[in-house]
Design a binder for this molecule. Structure first.
Ligand SMILES: Cc1cc2nc3c(=O)[nH]c(=O)nc-3n(C[C@H](O)[C@H](O)[C@H](O)COP(=O)(O)OP(=O)(O)OC[C@H]3O[C@@H](n4cnc5c(N)ncnc54)[C@H](O)[C@@H]3O)c2cc1C
Length: 291
């Protein structure tokens, strides 16, 4: 199928893009990399009266260290994140996840702002935004506002933006002293959306886990930060022996649903298995063993 007819504008500033959306009176859609929007248009699952192409707006595709925060412009491509030395050193869990996002051709076009706004519950970047406690910055007709990633994702394919708001930057706090970390996922074929995925990171203080971060996806309508699991492993000095307890804690904290891709029971089993493997890998990394 081909898209229904639409007008096309390519403004050269964020303000002009917002104005174009306001003029469209709720019928406009912004386009970034187009990797999710184009299929929706072609299947006529969305029929905007006007497409507002963001790609001519300058200054929205940088990765900058500002103090303890990595500020990422909304038009930064997945491939730029994948090959950035700053991401590798400051957000290693993201660096490990990026090769799992679709295929290289898609990563060359898709943007972080598009991925977050599309809010697919099986997409890596929304989970990483929740994992790192990112702040999502958006511009609308009433100015700018900032939303924490955990509040940004409302349900599957739904975020909290108003129709005239545009994401322009995402700020990721750098997790200090997090020498233990891991990312893992299972997809039916490499490059497909994941069935389930886990991200884990922690510091060590006197041999005990401290400041743990745990997030999961594929087990709910939105990515989840598993704070109870974090609390339960903080202070633990079980080392790799703690992996099976960690897996149990993760399994107990999620309630996936059945869907066409997998049963709830399978997803629950899978997230536990991924958690156990990720914990061992993170611990080995933290104590300098080969994982
Ligand atoms: C075959 C295939 C496999 C894929 N596999 C994966 C995968 O494994 N993991 C994964 O994470 N993704 C996957 N994707 C999705 C891909 O990563 C997309 O690039 C991404 O989800 C959307 O980014 P985009 O820049 O292309 O956004 P677009 O397609 O341009 O836009 C997506 C949506 O976000 C809105 N939007 C875009 N930018 C903004 C903004 N700055 N502010 C507000 N709203 C905005 C648009 O209006 C639209 O509703 C896959 C895509 C395809 C086609």
């Amino acid at each position: 199928m081909k898209p229904a007819a639409f007008d096309y504008v390519a403004p050269e500033s964020l303000e002009a893009a917002v104005e174009a959306l306001v003029s469209a009176e709720g019928e406009g859609k912004v386009m970034a990399g187009g990797q999710s929007l184009m299929p929706l248009l072609n299947f006529r699952m969305t029929r905007p009266s006007v497409i507002v192409d963001l790609m001519r707006i300058p200054g929205l595709s940088s990765i900058q260290l500002k103090g303890d925060t990595l500020a990422v412009g909304a038009l930064t491509r997945h491939a730029d994140l994948e090959f950035s030395d700053l991401i590798k050193t400051k957000l290693p869990v993201m660096a490990a996840a990026m090769p799992h996002v679709a295929h290289l051709a898609i990563r060359n076009r898709g943007t972080i702002g598009g991925s977050l706004s599309h809010a697919d519950p099986a997409a890596e970047l929304p989970m990483l935004a929740v994992f790192y406690g990112a702040t999502i910055k958006a511009r609308g007709p009433n100015g700018r506002r900032e939303v924490l990633a955990e509040e940004f994702f409302v349900s599957a394919l739904a975020n909290c933006l108003e129709p005239e708001e545009i994401v322009f930057e995402i700020d990721f706090p750098v997790l200090k002293g997090h020498i233990g970390w891991a990312f893992d996922e299972v997809a039916r074929r490499f490059g497909d959306f994941a069935l389930a995925s886990i991200a884990l990171s922690f510091a060590l203080s006197d041999g005990r886990i401290a400041d743990a971060r745990v997030a999961a996806m594929g087990v709910a309508d939105t990515p989840l930060r598993l704070r109870r699991v974090e609390d339960a492993i903080n202070g633990s000095r079980d080392g790799a022996e703690g992996a099976s307890r960690f897996a149990e804690l993760v399994r107990a904290s999620v309630s996936p649903s059945n869907d066409v891709h997998a049963s709830a029971a399978y997803r629950k089993h899978l997230i536990g298995a991924l958690a156990e493997k990720a914990f061992r890998s993170a611990w080995s990394r933290a104590v300098g063993e080969k994982s």
